[in-house]
Design a protein around this ligand. Structure first.
Ligand SMILES: *Cc1c(COP(=O)(O)O)cnc(C)c1O
Length: 379
């Protein structure tokens, strides 16, 4: 079965672009790397990119949810590769299957008093120490101990570490505005992180980590022992208004494309798609692109986005539907290739261009992509 031929749309995932970005980021820091592969590898296919990362010798992998960590660990265990990298997760609810995660060697972020108790109980049940990274909230007002909770947390964690219930591996936090290179908040967060380092010193965390892509790219003082790049690794800038991926020498890993299924010539006065939000003012040549909002092509891009067809950028006409949308594409034929986004250097729009047209960020453009979009690894 030619599985790719079954699907009218596909995301090509470029190994050479991914490894290029990994190398470029690695060269930009003296720190270790924890590539982030949450949310199905930012929509690129987690299995595809984690295998490339392990082959490249990466020693840390970050995912958000404990379920993502467990399914990743289970797969790596089946393939005899679980020992190759440490997996960190930080999103879980009370009652999560911590004991199983601990047995699989998954590193767990600790950032709330209830989590200390639950993870400790699970480690006792598992009979092996839980590897934990203490998370401190330095400006997100989100996950992590607040600065004024940290001393109490240390007092609770210290005896558990002495008992062998916890192995305190890391201390970490997350930057709120590192994508704004001039914003003084980042320096303030570094100060708070330094204070947290003093408070947690009795626990001797082995690795400190603070920076995601934008911290890594634009704030060298945030690198510490490990950096946690996500979006940059996939070849997309965390802030294209400041620097585009092309300007930074990063290459788009994903090319989202589809094969045109219908073309037609329409006269002036033709209403298009639901609600007729576009009506032609002159004759146009329409083409139907077989991918829609059920696949993650955001409906807010209706009448705003463009797709590349035969070297031309062809504008969306009318509302994007669940499975398809219409573009104005002079000269297009059925079966012609439509590229929604890809690498700027190849003449395509980028995921960030789509994000701008849809009023969102590149992150959402990627992670919205659904399971009907076949991910195909290409060299
Ligand atoms: C998603 C995430 C990252 C990666 O962020 P990018 O901006 O994509 O580099 C790093 N750390 C944490 C805690 C995250 O949630």
């Amino acid at each position: 079965m030619n599985s790719s031929g079954l699907y009218p749309s596909r995301a090509l995932i470029s190994k050479s672009a991914f490894l290029h970005n990994l190398g470029a980021l690695d060269a930009a820091t003296a720190s270790g790397m924890m590539p982030i592969v949450k949310a199905n590898g930012y929509g690129h296919g987690r299995d595809i990119v984690t295998d490339w990362l392990l082959d490249a010798g990466v020693q840390w992998l970050g995912v958000a949810q404990i379920a993502e960590a467990q399914t990743l660990a289970d797969r790596l265990e089946r393939e005899g590769r679980l020992g190759e990298a440490n997996i960190l997760c930080w999103i879980y609810a009370p009652g999560s299957p911590f004991a199983q995660a601990i047995k699989s060697g998954i590193h767990i972020s600790l950032g709330a008093p209830w989590a200390i108790a639950e993870v400790a109980a699970a480690a006792r049940e598992a009979g092996v120490p839980a590897k934990v990274h203490i998370k401190v909230d330095t400006a997100m007002a989100r996950g992590g101990f607040s600065m004024n909770q940290l001393a109490d947390a240390v007092a609770q964690i210290a005896p558990l570490q002495a008992e062998g219930v916890f192995e305190v591996v890391g201390l970490w936090s997350h930057l709120a505005r590192a994508d704004e290179p001039e914003c003084p908040l980042t320096a303030h967060q570094v100060e708070l992180f330094e204070a947290a380092r003093q408070i947690t010193a009795p626990l001797h965390p082995q690795v400190l980590h603070l920076a995601a892509s934008s911290g890594m790219l634009w704030h060298e003082n945030t690198h510490y022992d490990l950096v946690r790049p996500g979006i940059a690794l996939y070849g997309v800038s965390p802030n294209p208004e400041y620097r585009t991926a092309l300007q930074m020498g990063l290459r788009a890993v994903m090319q989202l494309e589809a094969d045109l299924i219908v073309v037609r010539d329409v006269p002036a006065g033709t209403g298009v798609s639901y609600g007729h939000t576009y009506v032609t003012e002159q004759p146009e040549h329409f083409a139907v692109v077989p991918i829609g909002y059920a696949d993650g092509v955001l409906r807010s891009g209706s009448n705003r986005v463009k797709v590349w067809i035969n070297g031309e950028l062809c504008p969306s006409r009318g509302r994007i539907c669940m499975d398809q949308f219409v573009v104005s594409a002079p000269g297009a034929h059925e079966g012609d290739l439509a590229v929604l986004f890809g690498d700027e250097a190849e003449g395509y729009l980028t995921a960030n261009d789509w994000a701008a047209a849809c009023g969102t960020v590149g992150y959402e453009v990627f992670t919205a992509l659904g399971p009907r979009v076949h991910r195909i690894a290409v060299p």
